[in-house]
Design a protein around this ligand. Sequence first.
Ligand SMILES: Cc1cc2nc3c(=O)[nH]c(=O)nc-3n(C[C@H](O)[C@H](O)[C@H](O)COP(=O)(O)OP(=O)(O)OC[C@H]3O[C@@H](n4cnc5c(N)ncnc54)[C@H](O)[C@@H]3O)c2cc1C
Length: 643
Amino acid sequence: MSQLPGFETEFDVVVIGGGHAGTEAAVAAARLGARVGLITSAFETIGQMSCNPAIGGVAKGTVVREVDALGGVMGRATDLAMIQFRMLNRSKGPAVWAPRAQCDRGLYRRAVRSLLEQHARLQAVQGTVARLLLTPDEQRVLGVETIEGRRFAAKSVVITTGTFLHGRIHIGTETRISGGRAGEMATTHLAEQLEQAGLTVARFKTGTPPRIDGRSVDYSALEIQESEIEQFDYSWSHFWSAKRCNNSGTRHPAQMPCWITYLEAEGKKIIKDNIAKSAMYGGAISSRGPRYCPSVEDKIVKFPDAERHQIFLEPEGHDTAELYVNGLSTSLPAAVQLEILRSVRGLADVKMNRVGYAIEYDYYPPTQLDPSLQVKAIPGLYFAGQINGTTGYEEAAGQGLVAGLNAALSIQRKQPIVLGRETSYIGVLVDDLVTRGVDEPYRLFTSRSEFRLTVRQDNALRRLGPIGMRLGIYSELEDATIKARLEHEDAAMRLAETTSIRPDEAAPILSGADSAPLSHAVRIVEVARRQEIPLDRLLRAVGLGADLDSEALVTADLEIKYAGYFERERAQAERMRRMGDFSLDPDLEYSDMRSLSFEARQKLSNLRPHSLAQASRIPGVSPSDLQNLVIEIERRRRLAATR
Ligand SMILES: Cc1cc2nc3c(=O)[nH]c(=O)nc-3n(C[C@H](O)[C@H](O)[C@H](O)COP(=O)(O)OP(=O)(O)OC[C@H]3O[C@@H](n4cnc5c(N)ncnc54)[C@H](O)[C@@H]3O)c2cc1C
């Protein structure tokens, strides 16, 4: 019971929302030793995937591994719920491989919940937060109050309410339902309070396709897509835990196939004929949606000449025949949705389980946050996930992790953790959000990173493990495991550099790959530089490396093959790190700096960057502005020193 009158419990950190951002925020704060309350509207929807039951993909798969490297739940839960796996970009080589897993939706939710329960300091509370409790001057948070009348004290609060703030669901132009997701209430009280607090608010939209009954599908008319057989784990935790949490003796549940079909001329005509009835095209919604997850209406309007559009029928899980109709996100009326579905090959007699819809919601332009994801105007309050104008589970998870760590660090009066762009996609994501803001739902792409050769899915533990160790977020066993895993990589490199291979030992590998034979014994590292020759086979040919982790060998192989490229990128990363070390006082008076352009002064005054590196990424701040900024700051420092 709380010592504070009127409060049921005193937490260090309260996280509002048990989605992808909220669960990571709660675990991250708990790992730092904070007493955490995760307050969410319904326990049954903890870890709920609102849309596609898939985790990962290009750039996103790397984020999952980064979250995992810093002790998060997303990778571990995916490993326990994965029912189909594909390594995207496989034809382009391991440096750009991108893991993507389809999940059993129910298993995923249950896995997340049980992973949360492994943290003794984390208490989940079912409840809907109605308002933040603030100090009388509204300068700091004191806790939260739920609509059920429960009050919880907190030193920091992280809001991760996704699409729920003033959420409004649209199905056609006639049907509008207040809701945060189908069947779930919108959050209004908290939304009103945040707006009244003077924060800038804006609206985005997103959409989801209908779901169908798999028992009503004619599979004989469809193409099958099987899972890749290869065993893949998002989480490094398998390295020490041979016994999986599902106790079945296998790492993943049994794999399930997807099915491929197409929207063709008939379906396109139905959409064209009914376009005015679409919520998005009939004028019911004006806010912006994610460009890279277009609705089917968008596809028909923007690509009128495309003959057909691919549709994936993806299983929702082992315990149901329901299928997710990937590629058919729509806000047309329900009757039209059914007509479209029945025009698709294999779906002539289909039954529609759930109707597709669009949803509009409040988001808070993220330039109102500092790089720790704290709201600049209200210290102690953090935002993470879709509330910041992003889209996607992985983007939400990455932000949740950062906000959770910082919410806990702030109450311990420690420096916030800001992941650099050169360390991670999470660093790119957070920096883009707080520095540039968003003008459409933000999604990660590899092209957003300057460091896409050295920031890869396979080396997340190498990049972030040492940061996690410094923060002290791992158990003793995890700590030892990370060290052992990284030692395997180092051992593979050492063996390659110090062991020679004879021409007869290398011959079968080289001839099989049409690679020139050796004329004399050479160090393995020299042969491994050849693109087509894998390091692990060379080591095996000389009787070494059998005891090394296969992923450690992949990383070592990449480090050898692309050493030149990696070195250049790492030198650039070092330059950026140095610029990051040039910190800028948040109270700097930019308006006096006449040598800077008017636009630069204005933007710097509004955004108040924390470092020269961050200032360099603000649109409108030119290289000459930066140079003048350094001169101005140094002049002021000299002046201050002489006083
Ligand atoms: C209809 C729909 C379609 C989508 N389509 C796509 C897509 O095509 N592609 C894509 O990448 N992403 C899509 N998304 C987005 C994706 O689901 C989100 O980006 C991701 O889930 C955001 O995570 P989050 O943690 O921010 O929020 P969520 O996962 O939405 O979690 C929010 C949590 O907050 C809880 N909550 C809300 N208000 C309160 C309150 N007052 N008190 C307590 N708890 C509260 C909710 O119950 C929920 O658990 C879609 C989302 C929706 C709803």
